[in-house]
Design a protein around this ligand. Structure first.
Ligand code: BGC
Length: 753
């Protein structure tokens, strides 16, 4: 463990400019090993003799800093010479810069600080430790300004000036407890070349990288000293083909570089942008050479595990959009979006998408870190906030405790346990899971229901009228349904862990009873409920919310909240509600992840596929038809007439609706782990082909090995090819009802049409 008492800072207030702490290192002869640990308040970049250490960027990542601040460790043995310069440059980042909607707040500290510890071990066993202290010199840097939301200014003509010696930072030592790195490295990944230089109708020069992504632009250029590059970023062009980024709200995402006359390589160090287009607001009078310009995708270093390809190019594009949505929003924490003045760990978004995420990529370590943050953020009464890390200086909007958002505390550990088969995930989070359920249990006047509160509801659903954020479904119904689901998951987790969960079993039975008594009558939900918000949540102009919505039916059916004999009536109502909306969905963040699962469980795969293939708004393919390369926040971020949703809330890189792919992996390919033998030691193989898809190739690299489910049509006949890893057991059910138990090996079957 790194010693926590060696924090230093610059004695001058540099605002958002960076400074560099520097120390000469002269090892004695006989050096055997040199290990360096570094952390910062704000972000840091460490260099030894001018070379950046490690491949990670935006270190030390984003955590609940006052509870734990990560330090990074580097083996620098091979890099040390006789005389060395160790330099640590710091910038505001998440901890010191601006976060969320408020302007100019220093969320965790009003200044940057650094700490380092270098342990030199010699052949004779002697050790020497060099730490950050008042002997380190401080210099200005070329980074004159940086901010996560607002971008960065790098001026290579700026003179590097000494600022004297560092001073000890006792506050940082108290307020930023150090822990070894918990999560994955944030690294530079794909490097995309520009696809086109557009001159827009307004006459502006805009580079199109062909892909909405998270990261930054790198430019290699030789221009006259003092020449400036000024870049604005945007995700989409407007209907006229002009540059547009009003949806970034207050995040300016402006990058400014000043050339020094030599050949320069520019990219930001302490900022990142979400963008596809870059407008050249100012560019030196030199030829724009595409070979020298790259958009670098920056995200957590996750191993890809899931692969889907089918015979429908639009669905392939949708899958591509989901993968890129995950890349862009898994940047150390699961964020809502990577571009506007949010980029926060919204718990609901993370919950909705986590199963798809864990099938696409290995996210075990990524979530190990974030769930650690969630545990630290949980309040003594069990409350889980809307965002994590929660920093409590955010607006009232962020500090709601909302159903389906707080349930990240139970749903994510359970989903990860099923996919990775590791009980430790449940053991680590069981207390949090129970406390969350206890919070819901203790809320409001009805012991077994969650009535009232301040929820985000069925966020962005389409059934409350055009341009309304919160869908029509009753928040009380959503909250009570998730109360039931979370309680059920505590019971399941407790059973795995061998805990006594009898009290939760009783609670669950009572919730089911209370839910039926309060929300259902004659085998159906009541049409309308008064909105029992205790405060200003919900739609103030709409004091009534509905029980008869698609999302209400979906939750009741998916969470088994009605009696088995009542299911057909709810199923029928769901079908009617879809028909009433002209065969389309009205669901938002809460209902969408489950609606196709519910339809296929009803045996109505035909309807599920209809929704998947739907192209009118709202639908998944609506955005694909509008050229989307990531998943949109709104079903209709760009409307039929080409106009935009309000700039308040219109991200073009919000992964939540990408959750449809857990249905494609689990139902269309049909690979689903058994909860009794998690980690796919036993799994069901129940593919559901549809001719409109032509063929499907699905491969999953699970902890039990690679499994594949492929099918294709020849005329009306369907051919299946499966791979089951050694040591696993698959319960196969083909569409014609044929069943078999498959063990390790490859298999082919045909179902005649
Ligand atoms: C975020 C969402 C989030 C929501 C809460 C928005 O500002 O971008 O994705 O879940 O607020 O309703």
């Amino acid at each position: 463990m790194m010693n926590a008492n060696h924090w230093i800072r610059c004695s001058t207030d540099l605002g958002s400019a960076s400074c560099t702490f520097q120390k000469e290192i002269t090892p004695k002869t006989g050096l055997k090993n040199a290990t360096l640990s570094v952390s910062s308040v704000g972000l840091f970049e460490a260099r030894l003799n001018g070379c950046k250490l490690g491949t990670a960027v935006l270190t030390p990542g984003y955590t609940q800093y006052h509870h734990r601040t990560q330090y990074m460790t580097y083996d620098i043995t091979a890099l040390l010479g006789d005389k060395n310069t160790l330099a640590i440059t710091v910038g505001p980042g998440w901890a010191v810069g601006r976060l969320a909607f408020k302007d100019g707040i220093h969320t965790y500290s009003d200044h940057c600080a650094a700490t380092a510890e270098l342990v030199l071990t010699y052949a004779d066993g002697a050790t020497e430790t060099v730490v950050t202290d008042e002997s380190w010199q401080v210099f200005t840097s070329h980074i004159l300004h940086s901010d996560i939301y607002n971008g960065e200014t790098v001026d290579l003509t700026a003179e590097i000036k000494p600022l004297g010696f560092a001073v000890k930072d006792e506050t940082a030592a108290k307020e930023f407890p150090l822990v070894p790195q918990q999560g994955e490295d944030i690294v530079e990944n794909e490097r995309l070349a520009p696809v086109e230089l557009i001159v827009t109708p307004k006459g502006e020069r805009v580079i199109d990288f062909g892909q909405n992504l998270t990261g930054y632009v790198e430019i290699r250029i030789k221009a006259a000293r003092g020449e400036r590059i000024l870049l604005s970023h945007g995700e989409v062009l407007d209907a006229e083909g002009n540059f547009y980024n009003a949806n970034y709200r207050s995040a300016t995402n402006r990058i400014e570089y000043v050339c020094d006359g030599g050949e320069n390589l520019f990219k930001p160090t302490f900022s990142f942008q979400g963008f596809r287009y870059v407008r050249l607001d100012s560019y030196p009078d030199v030829e724009i050479n595409f070979d020298d310009i790259r958009a670098i995708a920056v995200h957590s270093d996750l191993r890809r595990t899931g692969y889907i390809k089918c015979g429908n190019e639009k669905i392939n594009q949708l899958y591509h959009n989901t993968i890129w949505g995950q890349k862009g929003n898994y940047l150390d924490i699961p964020t809502d979006c990577p571009q506007r003045d949010e980029r926060l760990g919204w718990t609901g978004d993370a919950q909705v998408f986590c199963r798809t995420a864990a099938l696409n990529f290995d996210v075990k370590k990524f979530f190990h870190k974030w769930l650690g943050e969630l545990r630290l953020d949980q309040q003594p009464n069990g409350a889980i906030w809307g965002t994590c890390p929660e920093n409590f200086s955010l607006t009232d909007y962020h500090t709601r405790v909302s159903a389906a958002w707080g349930d990240a505390a139970t749903i994510i550990p359970w989903e990860l346990y099923c996919i990775y088969g590791d009980k430790q995930i449940l053991a680590d989070n069981f207390e949090m899971m129970k406390k969350w359920v206890d919070y819901q249990h203790g809320f409001g006047p009805e012991e077994y229901l969650w009535l009232g509160g301040r929820h985000y509801g069925d966020w962005l659903a389409m059934d409350a009228g055009p341009d309304v954020y919160m869908g029509a479904t009753s928040n009380d119904l959503i909250a009570s349904a998730f109360f039931a689901r979370s309680t059920e998951l505590v019971i399941k987790a407790g059973e795995v862990l061998g805990e006594d969960v009898s009290a939760y079993r009783e609670l669950y039975a009572n919730i089911l009873k209370a839910f039926r008594a309060y929300f259902l009558e004659n085998g159906m939900t009541k049409e309308q409920y008064p909105c029992t918000c205790y405060t200003s949540s919900g739609n103030p102009h709409d004091p009534f919310r509905r029980g008869l919505t698609q999302t209400a039916m979906v939750l009741i059916l998916h969470f088994n909240l009605c009696l088995p004999e009542e299911r057909p009536a709810f199923e029928q109502k769901l079908v009617e509600l879809i028909e009433a909306f002209d065969g389309r969905m009205t669901t938002g963040f809460v209902g969408t992840p489950y609606i196709l699962h519910v339809l296929s469980r009803m045996g109505r795969e035909d309807l599920a596929f209809n929704l998947l293939f739907e192209e009118r708004n709202p639908s998944w393919l609506f955005s694909v038809n509008h050229g989307a390369t990531t998943i949109w926040e709104h079903w209709n971020g760009i409307k039929e007439d080409g106009s935009f949703w309000s700039t308040d809330m219109n991200s073009f890189n919000h992964y939540a609706y990408g959750s449809v792919f857990d249905w494609v992996y689990g139902v269309v390919a049909g690979i689903r782990t058994s909860e009794c033998a998690p980690g796919y030691r036993k799994f069901t193989l129940t593919p559901h082909p549809d001719k409109r898809l032509g063929f499907l190739n699905c491969a999953l690299d699970t902890v039990s090995g690679r499994m594949e489910s492929n099918w294709y049509y020849k005329g009306e006949d369907v051919y299946f090819e499966f791979t089951v890893p050694a040591g696993c057991e698959a319960a196969l059910t083909l569409p014609d009802g044929y069943t078999a138990t498959l063990t390790g090996g490859s298999y082919c079957f045909t179902v005649k049409g």
